[in-house]
Design a binder for this molecule. Structure first.
Ligand code: GDP
Ligand code: MG
Length: 418
């Protein structure tokens, strides 16, 4: 039996989705343990190109149980749409949804949007999906649980309890706020929209323990990356959940989990979307962004582009308790003349950066040899140009953890195992 946790070493969008899709061929369960509809995990395989938001990326293996864990916030209408989308490609989802997960409702999305508007140029750069308000309500013990969709009387009562508390706050804070729906109407809408998956709601611990007892491989998938963890990331430019590997068990319904493998997915260069500071930002970003296709999967926003930041990534690898690294998008560096790696920072607090003051830090670069050969067809490490091999090996040395997977294109097969 093995438990494999796939997490992000950076700020998200490292390519976790494609790594999970690749590994899911060997897994019996593919599990999302935090976050919600704000995730954008891209999978390119023989069925097509998919941007997954709430479904785990192992959903394309029909023998793999897709699990949405208790640590998630679930947007019900979007989940139904996503199930329909993959069904159109011929995928029949065999799934379990935790009764302890929290619903992320249209009212949360509205609150998120109004709050970002109120903040103006101080906005967080949210995806406007309602993730922060939904987690906030959960913490305030006002959250609406997925399991209550199976108990309509409880559902109406809890929605009413929540609205009595929530609506006066929203009316007081946002002058344009309007909301007419009653608790009964909201509950009816929820029952209608959750129809495609309501039967899948259960205590997900039970099927997962059964698979563990049969020595099956369980594959856990985080959203975002270490830099965005609610506790250990660059607060307040974080997400509202815990994205670190040690949360995988808690957010999945297996709180005693001790994962055998933790794969930190790191990108061969740095990029970041949303608000925050990318210390290794390139001076000329546009051409490289187009080449690397660096636009947010959920929002389409252009990502900030930078050189590989070995300081931030090493911190990410440590926070993730990684046993190995998957290095993605190495092919995007082909032809980049001024190739370099940031090996340290200069400036105040450079030894122990304090966020958000780190804006003043300057990167210390190590020059790397570049290459110009197309590497997208390479399947063995030795087939890579020597300069590309040296680049990967230098990163491995700086991280202190083996780089076991190197990807050279978005397709499932564009992978080098070491
Ligand atoms: P995630 O959120 O960590 O799953 O990553 P995203 O899917 O948001 O972003 C990764 C993007 O890079 C997607 O468009 C992938 O198709 C693409 N991608 C992943 N691995 C590679 C790779 O090795 N090479 C190239 N060129 N693209 C890749
Ligand atoms: Mg993404």
């Amino acid at each position: 039996m093995s438990s494999i946790v796939v997490v992000g070493a950076n700020w998200g969008d490292e390519g976790k989705g494609r790594i999970v899709d690749f590994l899911a061929e060997q897994a019996s369960a593919s599990i999302r343990f935090q976050g919600g509809n704000n995730a954008g995990h891209t999978v390119v395989n023989d069925l097509g190109t998919f941007k997954l938001h709430q479904l785990p990326s192992g959903v394309f293996n029909p023998d793999c149980l897709a699990v949405l864990g208790p640590g998630m916030v679930i947007s019900p209408a979007s989940l139904s749409e996503e199930i329909a989308e993959v069904a159109e490609a011929g995928v029949k989802v065999n799934m379990c949804i935790s009764d302890r997960a929290t619903l992320c409702l249209p009212l949360h999305a509205l609150e998120d949007t109004l709050e970002e508007q109120r903040l103006g140029d101080k906005a967080y750069g949210s995806t406007h999906q309602g993730i922060a308000p939904a987690y906030g309500d959960r913490v305030m013990k006002k959250g609406i649980l997925v399991g209550w969709l199976k108990q309509p009387e409880v559902l109406v009562e809890r929605i009413k309890f929540w609205m009595d508390w929530k609506l006066p706050q929203l009316r007081a804070l946002y002058p344009t706020f309007e909301f007419e729906q009653t608790a009964e109407e909201m509950a009816n809408w929820l029952l209608e929209v959750s129809a495609p998956w309501r039967d899948a709601i259960c205590n997900v611990t039970l099927p997962l323990k059964e698979l563990q007892a049969k020595d099956q491989t369980l594959l856990f998938e985080a959203q975002l990356g270490a830099g965005r963890d609610l506790v250990y990331g660059e607060y307040p430019w974080t997400t509202s959940s815990n994205v670190v590997s040690m949360y995988a068990g808690i957010g999945s319904g297996l709180p005693a989990l001790r994962p055998e493998r933790v794969i930190a997915v790191a990108k061969a260069f740095s990029s970041s979307v949303g608000t925050g500071t990318l210390i290794t930002a390139m001076e000329e970003q546009d051409a490289f962004r187009e080449l690397a296709g660096e636009f947010g999967a959920t929002t389409g926003r252009p990502r900030d582009m930078g050189y590989f930041d070995a300081v931030a990534t090493k911190n990410g690898v440590e926070l993730q308790a990684a046993t190995e690294i998957a290095l993605t998008k190495v092919d995007c560096l082909t032809g980049l003349k001024d190739l370099k790696i940031c090996v340290g920072y200069e400036g105040e607090h450079s030894e122990n950066p304090i966020w958000p003051q780190t804006a003043a830090l300057a990167p210390i670069y190590e020059k790397m040899e570049s290459w110009s050969e197309d590497i997208t067809g390479c399947r063995k490490f030795e087939e890579l140009p020597v300069a590309a091999q040296k680049y990967v090996l230098r990163i491995e040395e700086l991280m202190g953890v083996p780089v076991k997977m190197v990807s050279v294109g978005p397709g499932r097969e564009q992978m080098i195992m070491r």
